[in-house]
Design a protein around this ligand. Structure first.
Ligand code: PLP
Length: 396
């Protein structure tokens, strides 16, 4: 029997705050009833605040982030269109595979897993594309597999500097709602997330925000689509009623989660994630271990991927964390299997929880054979968090 709580330090699904869980405990209701549309319109309006867009439109698709990836592609592009993508982790790789499956002509830049989106290489290829063959540029804002954040604003600048008209697609699944994301200011055309990460809800919605330019493209795009057809979702934007049956309880959870995010304040949410992440990174450095991120400047504020020492299997670290300490860490994905374990630090989280993650990781690492001094990572993070006392913002 497991006693106490299982603490989730996977980078999604994240901890769902109790107030959000309770908000979902409502009887079934009529999704065509007179009050439902206004209720949903309020949620869509607040999601726009999280995306920092006034001119864009947010669509909630029953599904997950992967569904919203597909919706973004099939609604705005044509089979055979050339698109520019980079592979630098498991999720950017999967998105590129999907683009290929959906008939796009994918121009790939392959990088080490731990690198960020290659802005200079994208600049070179866009500048060379005088005939405008590249129809879209894809950026994985936060590569959850490696704990790397990319510079979306820089990619926008590269597009502008080369007077390139390609659509800008962004995977913000593990960034939106946790780290700064400015859809309008960065000129993002399609931005994807899911309900189960920064939005602190259970999985169940793929969230897609589209710019006016993307909406215009969707009127011409010939890719086959049915369930995800944006046209069918005009009614959602106009009236708040879904074309199909929505998960109503999840919407109540989303309402409570958005209330919480907006009460804390977006800037405070971002500052909290930055502060907590820095503590985790200091802890990892104190163990003498490396992160997967190639450089501190691109290290993610929502997830840290930690390379285990030679001779240690990261799968053991994760297994020991779960079996002995009832604590879940994220695994190394695909080629990082066994080499990396991940601490997710996004969503409903505070210093005490991060210290628990570091403390359990120390025990699991030591039991898996790593030479880690007990308390070293915890002490480094404590020193950092204690300094931050004067700027505490996580009281809502
Ligand atoms: N993109 C990123 C960066 C992710 O982290 C994930 C899931 O973890 C996905 C896409 C896929 O999202 P989902 O599992 O909601 O389909």
């Amino acid at each position: 029997m497991r006693t106490g709580i299982n603490t989730l330090f996977i980078p999604g699904p994240t901890n769902v705050p109790e107030v959000v869980r309770r908000a979902m405990n409502v009887p079934m209701e009529d999704q065509r009833g007179p009050e439902f549309g206004a209720f949903v319109l309020g949620i869509l309006a607040d999601l726009k605040k999280v995306y920092q867009t006034e001119t864009g439109r947010v669509i909630l698709y029953p599904g997950s982030g992967t569904g919203a990836w597909e919706a973004a592609i099939t609604n705005t592009l044509n089979p055979g269109d050339k698109v520019l993508m980079a592979r630098h982790g498991h999720f950017s790789t999967l998105w590129a595979e999907m683009a290929t499956k959906l008939g796009l002509d994918v121009e790939l830049v392959d990088l080490a897993w731990g690198a960020a989106t290659p802005v200079n290489e994208f600049a070179r290829r866009l500048a060379a594309d005088r005939q405008g063959k590249i129809k879209a540029v894809f950026v994985t804002h936060n590569e959850t597999a490696t704990g790397v954040t990319s510079d979306v604003a820089a990619v926008r600048k590269v597009l502008d500097d080369s007077f390139h008209d390609a659509l800008l697609f962004v995977d913000g699944v593990s960034s939106i709602g946790s780290v700064e994301f400015k859809m309008d200011a960065w000129g993002v055309d399609l931005a994807v997330t899911g309900s189960q990460k920064g939005l602190m809800c259970p999985a169940g919605f793929g969230v897609l925000a589209v710019s006016q330019k993307a909406l215009a493209a969707s009127a011409q795009a010939t890719s086959k689509r049915a369930f995800f057809d944006l046209k069918d979702y005009d009614m959602l934007a106009d009236t708040g009623y879904f074309p199909y049956t929505p998960p109503a309880q999840l919407l109540h959870g989303m309402r409570a989660a958005l209330d919480r995010i907006l009460a804390e304040g977006l800037e405070n949410v971002f500052a909290r994630h930055a502060r907590l992440a820095e503590g985790i990174r200091r802890g990892v450095a104190a163990w003498g271990l490396e992160t997967c991120a190639e450089h501190q400047s691109i290290a993610s504020n929502t997830v840290t991927a930690i390379r285990v020492p030679e001779g240690v299997d990261a799968r053991d670290v994760i297994r020991i964390g779960f079996e002995r300490y009832n604590t879940s860490f994220g695994s190394g994905l695909a080629r990082l299997g066994g080499k990396v374990f991940r601490i997710g630090h996004l969503g409903d989280l505070n210093e005490a929880m991060c210290l628990t993650a570091l403390s359990v990781a120390e025990m699991a690492l030591a039991e898996a054979g790593a030479a880690v001094e007990f308390g070293s990572g915890v002490a480094a993070a404590q020193a950092w968090y204690a300094q931050g006392r004067a700027v505490r913002t996580n009281r809502i």
